[in-house]
Design a protein around this ligand. Structure first.
Ligand SMILES: Cc1ncc(COP(=O)(O)O)c(C=O)c1O
Length: 458
């Protein structure tokens, strides 16, 4: 019975953990370290991290042994690796171990070596990057694709290349740090709109246009929000942008390839392929590599990015191995095999959410490769993540700056290759960990240390 808590053997040490102080505090308290000595002024942060590490509630900097797989060997900072069910890797269609992908990567390595020997603007391109641009453009129904060495660089580069100080950016309050940092680097006129709230976008567009007919407006959102597993109404957002002479950019890092008919992501699922002004994405989730892109139908945007997007111009291009890997993934994504893999992934998502829901857990968002299991106060997330690691279930514990303060969650990332047996084994352990964490929390640990309403910074 899932509703019955499974007691964890090692939970006797929880009172000591609660008394240690390792469950209190958050990164935001240390963000603005003061003092002239840059090499030492983060010592309070270092002390707080060390305390958490000492008490087993420091979930960062872990390493994976071998390729990402549903069963993986995972080690912590300074702790030996152990084997468990892996919900912490973003290899949604399990393509990083696909034979065709590995063969393509090895063939590119043999043909071109491991090096990307220049910026894409100079001599960094290869036949693989050229073919990748064409294949991605076909999937997205966009005539122009500009590649970047990382998804982060694609987002930051696109926003900073296109937006000037006299322009405006409207950004979903929960959008990724790469977009947020791009926006604040480009202009002071940045306004966050309420998450997914198109009425708020309309209000803000109208108020900007009432006083500024000349400045450009860029609206930033994501296809599938990486911490919340939800999606905006893209046809409405794009309509509003047209109405007010604004431009829409959608970050499809988490949904392209993993969702939608033909792998077209949320844009495809909402019938908007070829109709979104700017599509930006990353290869680091479904496409078994690093890298990113911006796709559009405007030749002048392509040129503007080529000449002014710093991470495109001033960073070496995707290597031939990376481009060949992504290209091989793209072939699978758009094939009937891609549909089969997406169906397996979705089956896992629906099953895991149903089992957790039946156990009284709260999963936010909609079925997708990302299942955010709500924990709220940071202390609950830390305890639950620690207990799960001991039980051989690896998850990512998300707290500020990845998510707002007091809105922590365990982010479970699914793969097509997770088996129904692994999902059924993990669900009661997940539920029991969260329940045990809430039972163990002292009233003070259950409250949020507020440093002044810090927003997420992921
Ligand atoms: C929504 C979103 N956009 C952009 C990125 C950056 O992508 P990458 O890690 O490939 O640089 C990420 C990765 O975390 C992401 O989640």
């Amino acid at each position: 019975m899932l509703n019955e808590a499974i007691p964890f053997e090692p939970a006797q040490d929880l009172p000591a953990l609660a008394a240690s102080g390792a469950l209190g505090g958050n990164v935001a308290l240390f963000r603005q370290a003061r003092g002239p000595d840059l090499l030492r002024r983060a010592s309070a942060l270092e002390g707080w991290c060390a305390l958490r590490e000492q008490h087993g509630v420091w979930p960062y900097g872990r390493s994976l042994e071998g390729a990402p797989a549903p069963l993986s060997m995972v080690g912590g900072e300074g702790t030996p690796a152990s084997r468990g069910i892996n919900f912490a890797s973003q290899d949604y269609l399990s393509l990083s171990s696909h034979t065709a992908v590995l063969e393509a990567a090895m063939a590119a390595l043999a043909a071109c070596g491991p090096h990307s020997a220049g910026s894409a603007v100079l001599l960094g391109n290869s036949p693989y990057t050229n073919a990748l641009e064409a294949a991605l453009g076909e999937l997205l129904r966009c005539r122009h694709v500009v590649l970047f060495p990382t998804g982060w660089g694609a987002a930051f580069g696109a926003v900073t290349a296109l937006v000037h100080g006299a322009d405006h950016v409207l950004i979903d309050a929960l959008a990724h740090a790469s977009l947020r940092q791009g926006a604040t680097s480009a202009t002071r006129n940045v306004t966050a709109f309420r998450h997914l709230d198109c009425d708020h976008v309309r209000e803000l567009l109208a108020s900007i246009r009432a006083v500024d007919a000349q400045g450009a407006i860029l609206v930033l959102t994501e296809g599938l929000f990486s911490m919340d597993a939800d999606s905006p109404d893209l046809p409405l957002l794009q309509y509003l942008c047209h109405e007010y002479g604004a431009t829409l950019l959608v970050d499809v890092a988490h949904d392209l390839g993993a969702l939608g008919p033909g792998g077209g992501g949320i844009i495809g699922a909402q019938g908007m392929l070829g109709k979104i002004d700017l599509v930006m994405g990353a290869f680091s989730k479904t496409f078994a590599s690093n890298g990113g892109f911006v796709a559009c139908n405007s030749p002048s945007v392509r040129r503007q990015l080529q000449m002014f997007a710093g991470p495109h111009m001033f960073s070496n291009a995707l290597s031939p191995v990376q481009a060949a890997t992504v290209l091989a993934c793209l072939k699978i994504v758009t094939s009937p095999e891609g549909e089969t893999l997406r169906a397996a992934l979705m089956r896992n998502a629906v099953e895991l959410r149903a089992l957790l829901g039946a156990a009284g857990m709260r999963c936010i968002g909609a079925p997708s490769p990302i299942v955010p299991l709500w924990t709220g106060p940071e202390a609950a997330c830390r305890i639950a993540g620690m207990l799960l690691g001991r039980e051989g279930v690896f998850v990512n514990s998300m707290e500020f700056p990845g998510v707002p303060l007091g809105a922590s969650r365990l982010r479970l990332q699914l793969m097509a290759q997770h088996t129904p047996g692994q999902i059924r084994r993990a669900a009661p352990l997940l539920a029991a960990a969260v329940r045990t964490a809430f039972d163990a929390m002292t009233p003070s640990a259950a409250t949020v240390d507020q440093p002044g309403g810090a927003a997420p910074e992921r």
